[in-house]
Design a protein around this ligand. Structure first.
Ligand SMILES: [Zn+2]
Length: 343
């Protein structure tokens, strides 16, 4: 059984931060007293010591959950396998904490960047070097930078001035399993990588629909999914099955839609209800497969002679006498198709 406080943190996140909440749903959370605080492994297991969790307040716990899951999304435990773990641990934590701080998360004391930078100091508090622009760098880049500085200084200590990290990172070894049950770790890792890519894509789309995509995630989509951000294609890729049409055809949430039970505002419509549709030159009732929110950059207001108004995006298609026309391409001569009553 997972600690009550962890469940509480998850519930909070669900309301506030759909992106991290979606990711965290995919973690396997395990209670253990074998570690002092918490740890994450490359299989998606998050281990925590209940005594340590007790010391955290709920805001810090939310930060910890988001921190651990980002190690998986950014493939840190796989990428850092052959690197100097002590330094890679610091580099990955700095990059993750920077994202979280920029999204107003609270974190337990430790390696917390300030203004997207982190100063490495010696025991006396003298600055040895500084890593800047953490919000624009990957953990690998930060790692290389720390290594370079370290060589120059010929110092043994990494220079975090007594500040310690709060979690453990359990790296995979990429070797064949000793128990010989057939599947070597590399293969398993490739499957996990695929899973987390998918989860990341879904989480991004899920958050974007609610207009709550965290700061800095746009940039990560490029890196994690290897694609330049095209929300349209991401939406297609991750929720195609539920999407009956192009998401860019947007209507204002207050638009009244005809249903068998009379007119209803879009915002009040629910999945499974029927609305008026147009198919094969016929007016029909179609079932709502899914409902989602998107952000319209430009609003078009179409007013008819009778005084009816439609607020929509420029790409929303309006049925007219000359066929479907984008709202942005309508002109005053167009006659909009309307239905008074459906028999
Ligand atoms: Zn960490």
């Amino acid at each position: 059984m997972e600690h009550l406080e962890i469940t509480r943190a998850k519930v909070h996140l669900q309301k506030e931060n759909p992106f991290f909440s979606y990711l965290i749903m995919n973690l396997n959370i395990i209670k253990t007293e074998d570690i002092p605080s918490c740890a994450v492994d490359n299989k998606g297991n998050l281990y925590y010591n209940p005594k340590w969790v007790k010391e955290m307040d709920i805001a810090e716990l939310k930060g910890v959950l988001a921190h651990e899951v980002m190690h998986l999304v950014l493939e840190h435990l796989e990428r850092g396998r052959n690197k100097e773990h002590e330094i890679y641990n610091i580099a990955t934590d700095l990059v993750i904490n920077c994202i979280l701080i920029n999204n107003s998360f609270k974190l337990p004391k430790g390696l917390i960047p300030y203004n997207n930078s982190f100063e490495f100091k010696d025991e006396k508090g003298m600055v040895l070097f500084e890593i800047e622009d953490l919000d624009k760098k990957s953990a690998d880049e930060v790692y290389n930078e720390i290594i370079k500085h370290q060589k120059k200084k010929e110092k043994d200590s990494i220079g975090t001035n007594g500040k310690s990290r709060f979690d453990e990172h359990k790296y995979g070894n990429g070797k064949k399993k000793a128990n010989g049950n057939g599947k070597d770790e590399r293969k398993e890792q490739a499957e996990l990588k695929k899973k987390w890519k998918k989860v990341f894509g879904e989480a991004s789309v899920y958050a974007k629909q609610q207009g709550k995509l965290p700061v800095g995630i746009d940039r990560l989509i490029d890196i994690v999914l290897n694609e330049k951000i095209s929300w349209k294609s991401l939406l297609y890729k991750y929720i195609t099955n539920e999407l009956p049409f192009d998401y860019t055809y947007c209507l204002d949430e207050n638009t009244k839609i005809k249903t068998p039970r009379g007119e209803c505002k879009i915002k009040n419509l629910k999945q499974g209800r029927y609305v008026l549709g147009y198919k094969n030159n016929k007016i029909v009732y179609s079932k709502i497969k899914s409902k989602f929110t998107s952000q319209i950059k430009e609003k078009y207001i179409i007013e008819t002679i009778k005084g009816n108004k439609i607020v929509c995006s420029g790409t929303h298609r309006i049925l007219t006498k000359r066929g479907y026309v984008r709202a942005s391409e309508l002109n005053k001569k167009d006659i909009i198709f309307g239905v008074e009553k459906l028999k």
